[in-house]
Design a protein around this ligand. Structure first.
Ligand code: DQA
Length: 148
């Protein structure tokens, strides 16, 4: 299957950005690790980070045309603001997992609202880079049970 890993705004800076919250690992190493893990399980993993809502929406539309089977999405600050990204995911109807490095429920009140959680297959947050590994593991399990 084809899995698309999407990262929202400012995630290009992780490793350097507020490391006490987001950890020291870089986005490039997360991408690389997930790509090899997906490949080892017989799948293909594509990835995109964008600081622009527009580009993320276009990528989700394209995923619909390409036949992407599953999306792993850290919408970052767009989690709390973007009805447009929510609508894009509803439009393509590709199953997705919402994930966050930090435990958003432990933080400011405005981070506790998500435009994605109620339409996601599931939500993983609070494990730093581990959130990405756990989200991929959940995706692989879901894919295995849908194509036995
Ligand atoms: C984040 C949490 C968001 O609230 C924040 O805006 C981010 C990153 C996370 O991965 O913990 O940029 O999605």
């Amino acid at each position: 299957a084809t899995i698309l890993l999407l990262h929202g705004p400012n995630l290009n800076l992780i490793g350097r950005r507020e490391p006490e919250i987001y950890g020291k690992i870089t986005l490039a190493s997360i991408n690389q690790e997930l790509q090899s893990a997906a490949q080892a399980a017989g799948h293909q993993l594509l990835h995109l980070q964008s600081n622009s809502e527009h580009e993320l929406i276009e990528r989700i539309h394209q995923a619909g045309h390409e036949g992407v089977d599953f999306i792993l999405f850290n919408p970052a600050a767009f989690t709390h603001t973007s009805i447009a990204l929510r609508d894009a995911l509803l439009a393509v109807a590709i199953p997705f997992i919402e994930l966050h490095l930090s435990n958003v429920h432990q933080r400011e009140a405005f981070r506790q609202q998500s435009f994605f959680s109620d339409i996601a297959l599931g939500v993983i947050c609070g494990f730093g880079a581990g959130s990405y590994r756990l989200a991929l593991a959940a995706a692989l399990e879901t894919l295995a049970s849908s194509h036995p």
